[in-house]
Design a protein around this ligand. Structure first.
Ligand code: ATP
Ligand code: MG
Length: 870
C-alpha cells in the first residue's frame, strides 16, 4: 500500500464510523501564548477538552502536521540517530468529544489495523495503565477487559504513569491511555526474545504506532485530580511508522515517504545510503529536517532570530552541519531537496506546492549565511586552539563560540579531536545550564487554578459594535512571571475587548467598579479560544456587575492601521503582481508592519505608486462592507484572500473596502476616509524573497510631516540661506571638496618641509641616527612620515610627539636591524614613556604609538628617551 493510500484509508475508515474529516491545522501556531508548534493532533481541539467551547461535531478524524522540537515534546536530538522519530511528522487521529469512549476506540483501532490494513495480529502488543499510587489511581480495568476480549493476555502489557498516563501540561485534562506497539523483527529473532519484553524499551523494531488516550480527569494546580463530567477520546497514530509497518520495512526512512528524498541526497552527495553508519545518520537528518523547514515556511514561519523562527533556524542549521561535517557538503544543498518534497507531498498539502520558489529561496539564503558563519567559526576556533596550552580547550570559550557565533559544539569537538585536543565538556555543560536557567526563569509563568465566580457559559465578543459593556466576571486566576510580576487573568461572560490576533494588538482599557474604583486592563489575548483580560489587580466585589471600557483612542488608531494594511496588501498585488503573498503583519496603534513575498527591492517609483494607490482608496471614501458569517466557500467565490498557515472555521468573516476583500477577524474603520492619509516610512528585506514595509496613517502622518518640516527649517537656518536648500547644500559640498583638495596639497608640502627639517636635525650617535622632537601633525601623518624616513635613512631611531585636541601622542620608529642589534623594542619604549603623558600604548618592536591625556608631559617624555635607551 502506498503512503497516499494508507492516509486515505485511515480517513475513509473513520468517515465510515460517522466521523467528520477536517483539514490539518497549521503546524506553526499563531496567537496562542502557550504553544509555538502543533505537537499532537489534539492541539487544535484543546478548547473542547477544556470545556471552553463545544465542538460542532462529536466525532472528528484527520491527519495533522506535527513538529516535536521544543517544549514538552522535543525529539530533535534523537532524529537521524534512530529510525522512527522525526521532527515533523503526520499524526493520524480520531476524536470523540463527550461521545463514544474506550469500547469503540479500542475495537475500531483493532479493526482498522488488522482488517483494513491487515497487519499481522501476532505482531501487535497493547499496553494498559497499571495505576499510580501518587494519584490513588488503580489499574485501568475497563481498558484491560476490553483488550482481553480481543488479544491474548500475554500481549497486554501494564504500563506506568510515564508511558500510560497522558497529560496536556502541568494542569488540565488528562487520563490513562492504551498504546499499540508493533514488532517488526524476523520470526527467528522473535523466537529468541519475546516481543513483550521489548515494548517501550527503545528497540528500533518494536515501536509504538498508536496511542489511544481516554480523557476523564482534570489535573488541578495543587496536583490533585478531579473527574470530568464529559469523557473524551483522543488518539494519535504516527503516519510514517504505520507506513513502515505496512510496507514491510524496518525503518521509516525506507518507506515511500522518505525514499525519494534520500535518493536525491544520494545524487547530491554521490554517497549510497546504507553504506556507512555515520553518513547514514547525516542523510537521515537531512531528509528529515528539510520537511520540517519546508512545511514551516509554507505555514508562514520564516527562520529568524527569536521564538518559533529561531527553532526553525536551528533545525535548518542542524541539517547543514551534518551535511558539512559528515557528507562534505560545503555549498548550499538543502534547497535542492525542496522540489522532490513538493512532488511527493504537494497534492496532500497544496501550501507546499504554491510556495515552492519562496521555500527554495529562503532555504538557500539561510544555508549560505550559516556556511559563512561556519567558516568564520573555524577561524575563531583556530585562535582558541592557539591560546590553549594544555591540550584541553576551555568549555566556557567553546560555549561563547556556540552562543555568540552559532558555531555548533559537536563540530568543535570533532575538530578538536582531529587536532589532538580535547574539550572541557563539563565546563561547556555548566555554561550551557547557566544560560538555560537564566532564560527559563525570565519567561516562566506560574499559574494558579481558575477560580470560578459564575459557572462557565459561552463567551460573547461585542467588540465589533461596542467599546463599552456591562459584563460579569466568570472566572479569574493569578499568574506571575519574573518580568511582569503578578497579574490576574479575567474572563467575562461577554466583552468589548479585542484579543490579540491576526496581527492586531489586544485592546487596553479599564473596568468601572460600582464603588467608583477602576481596574486597568493592560492587554487582551485569546487562550484556548477564550478571551482573557490581563489586569494588575482584581475588582473588590467579584460578583458585582462591571462596566468594561475599551481605550477608544488607541482602538481607533489601530483600526485605521488595520484597514490601511488591507489596502496596502491590495496595492502590492496590483502594482507588483499576484505573486505577492502576506507573510506576516503587525497592526499597532502607532504604526503598521507588513511582510510579503517579493523578490526585489521596491524602487522609489514603485513605493510612490503603492502609496498613491492606498491614498486614492482613502480619498474614494469606501465604506466598510462586513460580512460576519459566510461559508468559507462563499467567501472564496467572492474573491477573498485566505492566508496559508491560518486556521479557519466553516464560517468566516469577510472585510471589504471596494475591491479589497479579505478574511479577517480584526477591527476596522467604517469608511476609508477615517484613515486620512497613508505614508510608507521604510522598506527592506527580512529574508530571501520576503520584504517588509512599515507605514503610518492618520495623525501619525501629520506628526511625521511636521517633524520633517521642522528638520528642513533647521537645515535652512543652518544654511543661513532662504533659497533652495538643495542648491545651497550642493554648493557647500563643492566648496568642501575644493577645500579638502587644497588642504591635502598644503599638508603634503608641510610634510615635505618637515621631512627635510628632520633629516637635517638627525644626530649621529654610535653608528645610528637619533631624533626626538615635537611635531605639529596628526597620528596618521606621524606614522607615514616615520615610515618614509625609515625607507630613506638607515639605522634610524625616531621619537615624535604631538598635541592634538588636548591629547598627547607619541610615536616611536626604530629600523628593524637596529632594533634587533640593540635589543630595543618600540612597544616597550612607548609604554615606558606613556607614564609622562598619563596614557599607554603599544605596538611592534619597530613601530609603536601611545596616547595620553596630559600634553604637558610631552616635553619630559621626549627628553627622557635618551636616558631610556642609553
Ligand atoms: P515515543 O515514545 O515513540 O516517542 P510518544 O509516546 O512520544 O512516542 P505520543 O505522544 O503518544 O508518542 O504520539 C502518538 C503517536 O505519534 C506515537 O504512537 C507515534 O506513532 C507517533 N510519534 C510520536 N512522536 C513521533 C516522532 N517524533 N516522529 C514520528 N512519529 C512520532
Ligand atoms: Mg516521544
Amino acid at each position: 500500500m502506498t503512503s497516499s493510500e494508507i492516509r486515505e484509508n485511515f480517513l475513509a475508515f473513520f468517515k465510515g464510523k460517522d466521523h467528520t474529516i477536517v483539514p490539518s491545522a497549521p503546524m506553526v501556531i499563531k496567537d496562542d501564548p502557550t504553544l509555538m508548534f502543533t505537537n499532537a493532533g489534539m492541539n487544535q481541539f484543546k478548547e473542547y477538552f477544556l470545556g471552553n467551547s463545544k465542538s460542532k461535531y462529536p466525532r472528528i478524524a484527520d491527519t495533522q502536521k506535527c513538529l516535536r522540537v521544543s517544549g514538552k515534546h522535543n525529539d530533535l536530538e534523537e532524529v537521524g540517530k534512530d529510525t522512527y522519530h522525526h521532527t515533523m511528522f503526520e499524526m493520524l487521529g480520531n476524536w470523540s468529544f463527550g461521545d463514544y469512549f474506550k469500547k469503540e476506540a479500542i475495537s475500531w483501532a483493532w479493526e482498522l489495523l488488522t482488517e483494513v490494513y491487515k497487519l499481522d495480529k501476532d505482531s501487535l502488543y497493547v499496553s494498559v495503565f497499571e495505576g499510580s499510587e501518587d494519584d490513588e489511581l488503580e489499574l485501568d480495568k475497563e481498558a484491560y477487559d476490553l483488550w482481553k476480549a480481543i488479544v491474548p493476555e500475554d500481549r497486554i502489557i501494564l504500563g506506568s504513569k510515564k508511558d500510560n498516563f497522558w497529560e496536556m501540561g502541568d494542569q488540565g485534562p488528562c487520563g490513562p491511555c492504551s498504546e499499540i506497539h508493533v514488532d517488526l523483527r524476523s520470526a527467528k529473532e522473535k523466537s529468541k526474545i519475546p516481543g513483550a519484553s521489548l515494548v517501550n524499551q527503545d528497540h528500533p523494531e518494536v515501536v509504538e504506532i498508536w496511542n489511544l488516550v481516554f480523557i476523564q480527569y482534570n489535573r488541578k494546580a495543587d496536583g490533585s485530580l478531579e473527574s470530568l463530567p464529559e469523557k473524551h477520546v483522543d488518539t494519535g497514530m504516527g503516519f510514517e511508522r504505520l507506513c513502515m509497518a505496512l510496507q514491510g520495512v524496518k525503518s521509516n526512512y525506507d518507506t515511500d515517504v522518505f525514499r525519494p528524498i534520500l535518493k536525491e541526497v544520494e545524487t547530491i552527495t554521490g554517497e549510497t545510503y546504507g553504506s556507512d553508519p555515520k553518513k547514514d545518520i547525516a542523510m537521515r537528518v537531512v531528509a528529515d529536517h528539510i520537511r520540517a523547514v519546508a512545511f514551516s515556511i509554507a505555514d508562514g514561519q520564516l527562520p529568524s532570530n527569536g521564538g518559533a523562527g529561531y527553532v526553525i533556524r536551528r533545525i535548518l542549521r542542524r541539517a547543514v552541519r551534518y551535511g558539512f561535517t559528515f557528507l562534505g557538503l560545503h555549498e548550499p544543498f538543502l534547497y535542492k531537496l525542496v522540489k522532490v518534497l513538493v512532488t511527493q507531498m504537494g497534492s496532500a498539502f497544496p501550501e507546499l506546492k504554491k510556495q515552492t520558489a519562496l521555500i527554495e529561496n529562503v532555504v538557500r539564503e539561510e544555508e549560505h549565511s550559516f556556511l559563512k558563519t561556519l567558516e568564520q567559526g573555524l577561524i575563531l576556533l583556530d585562535e582558541v586552539i592557539a591560546q590553549t596550552k594544555d591540550k584541553e580547550v576551555d568549555g566556557q570559550k567553546a560555549f561563547e563560540l556556540y552562543d555568540t557565533f552559532g558555531f555548533p559544539i559537536d563540530l568543535t569537538s570533532l575538530i578538536l579531536s582531529e587536532k589532538g585536543y580535547t574539550l572541557d565538556e563539563a565546563g561547556f555543560e555548566k555554561a550551557m545550564q547557566e544560560q538555560k536557567s537564566r532564560s527559563r526563569s525570565a519567561s516562566e509563568v506560574a499559574k494558579d487554578d481558575w477560580q470560578v465566580v459564575h459557572p462557565n457559559g459561552e463567551q460573547e465578543f461585542l467588540g465589533y459594535d461596542q467599546l463599552k459593556a456591562e459584563v460579569r466576571l466568570l472566572k479569574y486566576r493569578k499568574i506571575s512571571t519574573k518580568k511582569e510580576g503578578t497579574q490576574f487573568q479575567l474572563v467575562f461572560d461577554k466583552t468589548p475587548f479585542y484579543p490579540e490576533g491576526g496581527g492586531q494588538v489586544g485592546d487596553k482599557g479599564y473596568l468601572e467598579v460600582p464603588n467608583g474604583d477602576v481596574v486597568y486592563i493592560l492587554d487582551t489575548k485569546k487562550e484556548n479560544n477564550e478571551i482573557v483580560h490581563y489586569a494588575k489587580n482584581l475588582p473588590k466585589h467579584l460578583n458585582d456587575p462591571l462596566t468594561a471600557v475599551v481605550d477608544a483612542e488607541s482602538r481607533a488608531r489601530t483600526a485605521r492601521n488595520h484597514s490601511a494594511t488591507h489596502l496596502l496588501h491590495q496595492a502590492l498585488r496590483e502594482i507588483l503582481g499576484s505573486h505577492v503573498e502576506q507573510k506576516g503583519s503587525a497592526v499597532h496603534a502607532g504604526h503598521l508592519r507588513f511582510d510579503f513575498s517579493h523578490f526585489a527591492k521596491l524602487t522609489n517609483e514603485e513605493l510612490k505608486r503603492v502609496e498613491d494607490f492606498v491614498n486614492e482608496r482613502i480619498h474614494e471614501h469606501l465604506p466598510l462592507q462586513e460580512n460576519r458569517k459566510v461559508s468559507m466557500q462563499e467567501a472564496m467565490n467572492e474573491g477573498a484572500i485566505a492566508l496559508f498557515g491560518e486556521k479557519y472555521g466553516d464560517q468566516v468573516r469577510t472585510i471589504r473596502f471596494g475591491d479589497s476583500i479579505e478574511l479577517c477577524g480584526g477591527t476596522h474603520v467604517q469608511n476609508t476616509a477615517e484613515i486620512w492619509h497613508f505614508k510608507i516610512v521604510s522598506e527592506g528585506a527580512i529574508a530571501a524573497g520576503v520584504r517588509r514595509i512599515e507605514a503610518i496613517t492618520s495623525d501619525a502622518t501629520r506628526e511625521y510631516f511636521r517633524e520633517k518640516e521642522e528638520q528642513l527649517d533647521e537645515i535652512k537656518a543652518h544654511l543661513k540661506s532662504s533659497g533652495d536648500p538643495v542648491k545651497a547644500i550642493e554648493s557647500l559640498m563643492e566648496d568642501n571638496a575644493q577645500l579638502k583638495k587644497e588642504l591635502e596639497a598644503l599638508q603634503k608640502d608641510k610634510a615635505k618641509g618637515l621631512k627635510s627639517e628632520i633629516k637635517k636635525e638627525l644626530e649621529q650617535i654610535n653608528g645610528y641616527k637619533f631624533l626626538s622632537r615635537k611635531v605639529d601633525i596628526d597620528a596618521g601623518a606621524m606614522k607615514d612620515l616615520s615610515f618614509e624616513l625609515g625607507q630613506e635613512e638607515e639605522n634610524l631611531f625616531l621619537l615624535l610627539g604631538a598635541e592634538k585636541d588636548g591629547k598627547a601622542l607619541l610615536s616611536c620608529y626604530i629600523s628593524k636591524d637596529l632594533a634587533a642589534s640593540k635589543g630595543w623594542n618600540a612597544g616597550q619604549i612607548v609604554r615606558e614613556l606613556g607614564k609622562y603623558i598619563q596614557g599607554g600604548g603599544g605596538g611592534q618592536p619597530f613601530f609603536a604609538t601611545a596616547g595620553g591625556k596630559n600634553p604637558d608631559g610631552l616635553k619630559e617624555a621626549l627628553d627622557k628617551v635618551r636616558t631610556l635607551i642609553s
